[in-house]
Structure formats: structure tokens, C-alpha cells
Design a protein around this ligand. Structure first.
Ligand SMILES: [Zn+2]
Length: 199
């Protein structure tokens, strides 16, 4: 763990979705493996996040961090639960979360209430979670269109919030990916290795 740092700052809400039950897995996998709600990341990620603080303050916002470093053991269990191609990388070594170089985030108001987006982080909704738990992935896969940056059939406010977040992150050292509006990689992520985790 010597390559990772823990982020503890009042502008960021540590709320790892896989440490709670209301996520697409329907299980608190991070707690099950003994990792819990520990907000770890590569030092470059923490540094880039801290550079956002003046803008967060100026706009009266906080940032909810729904995933950061992910232990490989947790990733392997997640792939077993949701084997949808492209949702989780089948090989944990290909997930930037397992390198500590990716984060899943959204902006909130000062009370921690999420701003409106075209869908929840991870495209989570209880009805899809139930279907996925029953092995029915079709409706959820269709719903995933709303996770894309090019999805525009949403309230203008939701689209504007997504685009504000993207502009903010891309101007502070992060890269977006086309199919998950909440996911950001630190620039230069290619040079950082997988981090194993021992409880
Ligand atoms: Zn992610």
C-alpha cells in the first residue's frame, strides 16, 4: 500500500459504493473482503483532486467519491457478479481502479446532496440491480446509454452538470472515458502499476 495515499478533506465525501449494499452488485463487496470504506488513491490523483478545492469553494460544491483504489480481490468478485462485457474489465490488471489511478465521482451541494445527472453513478437503480441479480442484463445494458457523455435525451440541467464536471476534471489533470460520465483517469496513468492489497 506504500504507493497509495488516503484522502481526508472536508471538500470530498468518501462514499465508496461497493462498501455499501445499494450498488449494482447488491452486495458490500469492499466490506466483505475487509477493505471497507477506505479512500485510497495514487498520490497524483490526490494532488489533482486537491487542486479542485478553490473551484468547489467558489461554486458552493463538494465532490462525492464513489470509487477510487479497488483491491484486485474485490474486482474479481465484481466480475463474477456482473459479467457484462465492458462494464467491469474481465482482467483486474486492466482496471485503472486497481492501479489507484481512477476515480468515480459526482458533484454535490454543500449538504452532500448529489446534483442531477442523466443517471446515477454506475447507472445504479434498484430495479436494474434486482434484474441483474436474477441474471437478466438486457434492460440494464440499454440503460447504460445514459452513462455516455454523448447521451443528450436528458434534462438540460443534468447534461449541463455532466459537462461542467467533465470540463472541471479535464482542466485539472484527469481524462474522461466516453461511456461512463462519472469515471476519470489521472493523466499518465499508463506508467503506474497494479497495486496488490493485503488485509
Ligand atoms: Zn470507474
Amino acid at each position: 500500500m506504500e504507493n497509495l495515499v488516503q484522502l481526508q478533506d472536508q471538500h470530498f465525501i468518501a462514499d465508496l459504493m461497493y462498501a455499501r449494499r445499494n450498488n449494482m452488485l447488491g452486495a458490500p463487496v469492499y466490506r466483505e473482503i475487509g477493505f471497507g470504506n477506505t479512500l485510497l488513491m495514487h498520490p497524483k490523483v490526490a494532488e489533482a483532486l486537491m487542486s479542485l478545492v478553490p473551484i468547489l469553494e467558489k461554486n458552493g460544491l463538494k465532490m462525492r467519491i464513489c470509487d477510487a483504489y479497488r483491491p484486485p480481490l474485490a474486482h474479481q468478485r465484481m466480475v463474477e457478479i456482473i459479467p457484462i462485457k465492458g462494464f467491469f474489465k474481465s482482467d483486474y490488471r486492466e482496471s485503472n481502479h486497481c492501479h489507484g489511478t481512477a476515480i468515480d465521482v459526482c458533484l454535490t451541494d454543500l449538504n452532500g446532496k448529489n446534483l442531477r445527472y442523466p443517471c446515477q453513478v454506475d447507472a445504479y437503480a434498484p430495479r436494474f440491480q434486482k434484474q441483474v441479480a436474477n441474471g437478466d442484463f438486457n434492460a440494464f445494458q440499454q440503460h447504460l446509454a445514459k452513462a455516455r457523455h454523448d447521451f443528450t435525451h436528458a434534462r438540460p440541467e443534468a447534461v449541463a452538470n455532466r459537462e461542467f464536471l467533465k470540463q472541471l476534471m479535464e482542466s485539472h489533470g484527469f481524462e474522461s472515458i466516453p461511456h461512463e460520465w462519472w469515471h476519470y483517469n489521472i493523466q499518465g496513468w499508463q506508467q503506474y502499476p497494479v497495486v496488490e492489497w493485503d488485509r
